[in-house]
Design a protein around this ligand. Structure first.
Ligand SMILES: NC(=O)c1ccc[n+]([C@@H]2O[C@H](COP(=O)([O-])OP(=O)(O)OC[C@H]3O[C@@H](n4cnc5c(N)ncnc54)[C@H](O)[C@@H]3O)[C@@H](O)[C@H]2O)c1
Ligand SMILES: [Zn+2]
Length: 405
């Protein structure tokens, strides 16, 4: 038996933010990041609409990018004190993910972070509050997904919380919010979205329901991401829908080892002064993982189908896989994203000598590979890597060498 779960309502298109006026409740807590939503006026508008709906509103602000366990605990304590019956999270993946984890802790104060990380182990929510997510970036699609990614900085590891309980009740996908994104954010979040769609399509947990969404997302992202990066606002608006379709697919079909590797490398070199941004990590690892997974016949056929939908040509599945890899690498070039960690600058742009030193990468390789294998996204990858294969794959992602195993 399969299950396919989405928010009860998805409001999309320009003006969708106004839906907040129609929420029914007494108290809403808005969870928001460091300032972009305030600066562009969206926070004020959201607050105003909720007040029009007759609600008392409190704002929990300052949720950092790649939110920490600490922030989750602080937000949950603020919720405990205020007692909202609506949690309204607005911004990129970070504040929405953090708010989802706060929601769990608010409903179950005794629940520890370790408890939350038990895959599909969250107790029944909605006894205290419902959840509305409003996305301002076009990538994570957390407004429709059953996931929340929280970083444990004491370990330098990102942990996915996964359960349909945290799929929001309402998603608001208003493209106006995405129009203020700087180019770099467009590039990273857009490559995150295409990775979601491709990993969902080749996942062992795929289904006809998810496949159709994943394929259409891929087509839309192919047609619109680079244009959106180059400030075409019609393309920017379409990308906001495309990433959401990809999210609906992967929330149900799950992901693969591109994400396992991104989760386990993202914060692993913070002591060297930077992060490998989630979408950029995916963009660098995706072509490598496709080459690795394509050794599995079923996965190879799926990549062939994707290449066909993208009109890339090719006469055999092997040729189609190569064309798909080349196309994705060209997208990285067009979006100014490096091809490998060695060339990943602290500012995320390509550079001769990136911020992760070679010896440090090799020193940490064993543990990163072991952690990536244990990541919740590995189970649905079409080919299960051994420790040795994962280490080799990560080395290819470091040096941009060919995956021939
Ligand atoms: N829950 C999921 O299903 C899921 C999926 C993929 C990734 N993630 C996680 O989501 C996080 C990344 O989220 P993200 O990529 O959306 O970025 P983000 O939320 O971390 O935001 C990045 C920066 O962009 C700014 N910003 C956001 N929207 C803006 C806008 N419209 N205009 C101008 N600036 C804006 C923010 O203020 C912030 O400084 C990571 O922690 C990643 O692991 C979650
Ligand atoms: Zn992602």
């Amino acid at each position: 038996m399969g299950r396919f779960t989405l928010p009860r309502d998805i409001y999309h298109g320009k003006g969708a933010l106004e839906t907040l006026k129609t929420l029914k409740g007494k108290k809403a807590m808005i969870c928001v990041g460091g300032g972009s939503m305030k600066k562009f006026g969206f926070l004020d508008r959201a607050e105003g609409y909720l007040k029009e709906a007759g609600m008392e509103v409190k704002i929990f602000e300052g949720i950092e990018p790649d939110p920490s366990v600490d922030t989750v605990m602080k937000g949950a304590a603020a919720m405990q004190e205020f007692g909202p019956d609506w949690i309204v999270a607005i911004g990129g993946g970070s504040p929405i993910d953090a708010a989802k984890a706060m929601w769990i802790k608010y409903e179950y104060p005794e629940c520890t972070f370790e408890d939350m990380c038990k895959v599909f182990g969250i107790p029944e929510l909605r006894k205290k509050a419902h959840f509305c997510a409003i996305s301002s970036t076009s990538g994570t699609a957390t407004e429709v997904t059953a996931f929340s990614i929280i970083t444990d900085y004491s370990k330098g590891i990102k942990y996915p919380i996964a359960d349909f309980e945290i799929t929001p009740d309402i998603a608001i996908v208003d493209p106006e919010l995405a129009e203020t994104m700087p180019k770099k954010l467009v590039a990273h979040t857009g490559m995150d979205a295409i990775t979601h769609a491709i990993e969902a399509y080749v996942s062992t947990a795929n289904s006809p329901y998810a496949d159709s969404l994943a394929i259409h997302a891929i087509e839309l992202i192919q047609d619109n991401l680079v244009k959106s990066y180059n400030e075409d606002m019609t393309a920017r608006d379409t990308m906001h829908d495309a990433q959401c379709l990809a999210g609906m697919a992967f929330s149900n079909a799950l992901l693969g080892i591109v994400h396992s590797m991104a989760h386990k490398t993202g914060a692993a070199f913070d002591d060297y002064g930077a992060h490998i941004i989630h979408g950029a990590a995916n963009a660098m690892y995706l072509p490598k993982v496709i080459a690795f997974n394509a050794k599995d016949e079923t996965a190879k056929k799926c990549y062939g189908v994707i290449a066909d939908y993208m009109h890339l040509g090719g006469n055999s599945d092997d040729e189609k896989v190569t064309l798909l890899i080349n196309y994705l690498r060209k997208m990285n070039d067009d979006l100014n994203i490096p091809h490998c960690i060695k060339n990943y600058g602290a500012d995320s742009y390509p550079t001769e000598q990136g911020f992760v030193p070679e010896e440090v990468f090799k020193e940490r390789l064993h543990d990163i590979a072991a952690n990536a294998i244990l990541d919740a996204c590995t189970g649905s990858n079409p080919r299960q890597p051994s420790q040795e294969e994962m280490e080799k794959l990560l080395l290819c992602c470091y040096y941009d060498t060919e995956v021939d195993f």
